[in-house]
Design a protein around this ligand. Structure first.
Ligand SMILES: C[S@@+](CC[C@H](N)C(=O)[O-])C[C@H]1O[C@@H](n2cnc3c(N)ncnc32)[C@H](O)[C@@H]1O
Length: 247
């Protein structure tokens, strides 16, 4: 299989605006002829893409964006396919690489990592991810609820710190409460929980609460929830999981 001259950078934009992007991400976009992405994320970097050809589209059009990026690269263009946070965590890197691997004429793909929502939320909360952590998405758009449920049970039983992505949407308003009920089978109701909405964006909010009180707080698709382990504690407005050193 021959690899054509064009190239696709799958670029992680980080959770907010330009301040959270890596230099590698900025350089990839600067080196691109065309930037392809979800309209909301393109708006977050509008100054950077002002002089570029921009192809934006709406939600649930991920595969169309991948096809567009690959077809432009096959024409010889350098393309940035932008993705929020880290493109390798519930982002565009996987779908793009999968689709590219199925092509007769694949193009060069470079994955440019970004700060994922869990890292940004953790920094805002303090240091909750200092020990073994799992990421679970509560979205059943691409994963059946039975699998999500099983993973929640195992994370809770294993005393993992658990970062919940996609905690709520209009079509599934009760999933966070279901996750809470599963965790309460294994964890104390006082378990520390951190909630960050709009991390590094306008309207950023942070709450440190407990597993028992988790459903009392409004969460949406711009929110990340971190359920601490049995060792996580709250102190001075910070959520801390001990690393294990003697202090
Ligand atoms: C489809 S996932 C994309 C994750 C992204 N690739 C990343 O690495 O952060 C979308 C979910 O990420 C979380 N998220 C993304 N950006 C966020 C932000 N700025 N503040 C809080 N949560 C965020 C939310 O849970 C949201 O529902």
């Amino acid at each position: 299989m021959s690899v054509k001259k064009g190239k696709v950078y799958v670029v992680g934009l980080g959770p907010g605006g330009m301040e959270q992007m890596t230099s590698q991400a900025v350089q990839a976009i600067e080196a691109s002829d065309t930037v392809v992405g979800y309209q909301v994320y393109i708006n977050l970097i509008k100054d950077l893409v002002a002089a570029k050809e921009v192809i934006s589209s709406g939600m649930r059009q991920e595969m169309e964006r991948c096809e567009t990026a690959l077809s432009l690269a096959r024409e010889g263009k350098t393309v940035s396919l932008v993705s929020s946070g880290d493109p390798g965590i519930y982002g565009m890197a996987g779908p793009l690489l999968e689709l590219n691997s199925q092509q007769e004429d694949p193009v060069e793909v470079v994955v440019v990592p970004g700060i994922t929502a869990a890292s940004m939320a953790a920094a805002i909360l303090g240091a909750p991810l200092m020990h073994d952590t799992v990421f679970i998405s509560l979205s059943d758009h691409l994963t059946p609820w039975d699998i999500i449920k099983k993973r929640l049970h195992l994370a809770a039983e294993g005393d993992f710190i658990t970062a919940l992505y996609n905690p709520r949407s209009y079509s599934r308003p009760h999933y966070l409460q279901r996750a809470q009920q599963i965790f309460l089978n294994y964890r104390k109701k006082e378990t520390v929980v951190g909630i960050v909405r709009n991390a590094a964006r306008d309207g950023q909010e942070k709450i440190i609460t407990t597993l028992e009180e988790l459903p009392d707080f409004g969460v949406d698709m711009f929110t990340l929830v971190i359920i601490g382990s049995s060792r996580t504690y709250a102190c001075g407005g910070k959520m801390i999981t001990p690393r294990g050193y003697t202090i």
